[in-house]
Design a protein around this ligand. Sequence first.
Ligand SMILES: [Zn+2]
Length: 549
Amino acid sequence: MVQDSTIKKLAFIHGNVVTMDEKCPRAQAILVIQDKIIKVGSDAEITRLIDEDTEEIDLEGRTLVPGFIDCHAHPMIFGQLLMAVDCRTPPMNSIKEMMEIIRKTAKEKSAREWIQGWGYDEFKLSENRHPTKWDLDAVAPNNPVIIGRMCGHISTVNSLALELAGISKELKDHMGGQIDREPETNEPTGVLRGSARDPVWKRIPSPNIEQLRNGINRAAEQFLARGVTSVSDAGVNAQLGSSQHNTMIMKAYQRAIWQDGMPLRVNLMMSVSVLKELAALGLSTGFGNERLRIGAIKMFADGGSSSRTAAISEPFVDAPDNTGIMYTSPDELCTHILAAHRAGFQVGVHAVGDRAISAVLNAIEAALKQIPKGDHRHRIEHCGVTNPTIISRLKELKVIPVSQPIFLYGEGESYRAGLGDTRMEWTYPLKSFIENGIMISISSDCPATSGSELISPLLGIYMAVTRNTDAGQEIGPTQKIEVEDALRAYTLNSAYATFEDRIKGSIEPGKLADFAILSNNPFTISKPEIKDITVEMTIVGGKIVYQKS
Ligand SMILES: [Zn+2]
């Protein structure tokens, strides 16, 4: 193979360059050589360096920002879901509509072939409830069916799937899971919460490497089209479990990146279930390179707010007996976090409710007491429902909340119904985090959110600055932040949250040339318009990887 040895030079001129570099916050032009930023400055300064080998991109006044860093998403799962039945709400509005699609799908499948769907939010369905096994049995009696709620914490399955998984009225609930039942007969309804759906998952034939690889490539296209240049897969293998699957996922990522040239940079947050194997090999956070590397160890403390599985201290307003589910006990959290911390890993612990967050903070505090470490950058994924004590402990322990304000767009009204207005002021409290000097990072958690737009960093930024739900209602308005802070949280701070702030996250000489060119300037247009900004071009490592047609 002949190596292309020509030095590639790329100049961006006549732009509004928002750098996130404190020393030079705004510029007009950038010079890139190969995959790195060489100089940032005025048009005059950069034009002087342009020669006949330099490709020029005239920004015509458009805004160029550092490539967005989505440090908590699920591209592998998203890729697989893109091939499943799309039950998102919207465009779906009712169980009736959903069942029509399932009926159609069943007709195309052979008997006993699995049907998988995903993405509904019962709060947005006109029936205002989860679909049940009876709904599914009526349209697909001969195929096992599983439909995942958009959050991933609840699934609904039909009778055949229950039977194959051995879930009957005699089966008792176990730690971390709950089987919904008919009150009189104890019969399962098909709705499975938390780990109660694991026996069903185990029966679904798993995708092979090629299917995983295709899914990753398809998902990557969607991220790149929204200006995302780096993503953290927040839980590689967390849901598939066995070591055979782990091997396949790792191989699928490697093939997508090294053979297909998939340009999205990936951090793999590894499930705590493989911590022992990784530690035995001497691997820890940071192993790899800027294309593909090992990130934090991921574990789950609880569920989510909209599925009412978040572990909270006071019950949900609309479910007075329910204070959510701890997926992992406080003692186990201590054991896992200490083990990961000892092995040199950063931890990223999913905790949404205040009860879960406090348990995680206790465990991190105990681990740090036993093995002090200054720059640990331990993270709490989501860090949803907080209070002043949690905020001061986050600050004291230097823990990074990795928040998803995009949740408040499609799910805000459901959160409000469950948590009430007072608690909403402490839910994803970005302003309080910033005022207390806590480093915040914003991400999408794609595909675990409600609605049709699951990735858009601009929608996430819009929510951080307006706290306006899709119903046009403000939610927890005291927690609105400035555009500059929201953009930093989606770029430089997210690079910090993966220990990569020295190589990316801002536009300054020496860093990777990862940019997004926007259709409008989020600093000058009205705040409601921010969500409509589109990405016109995405650049990763000095290469144009997406261009709006
Ligand atoms: Zn997630």
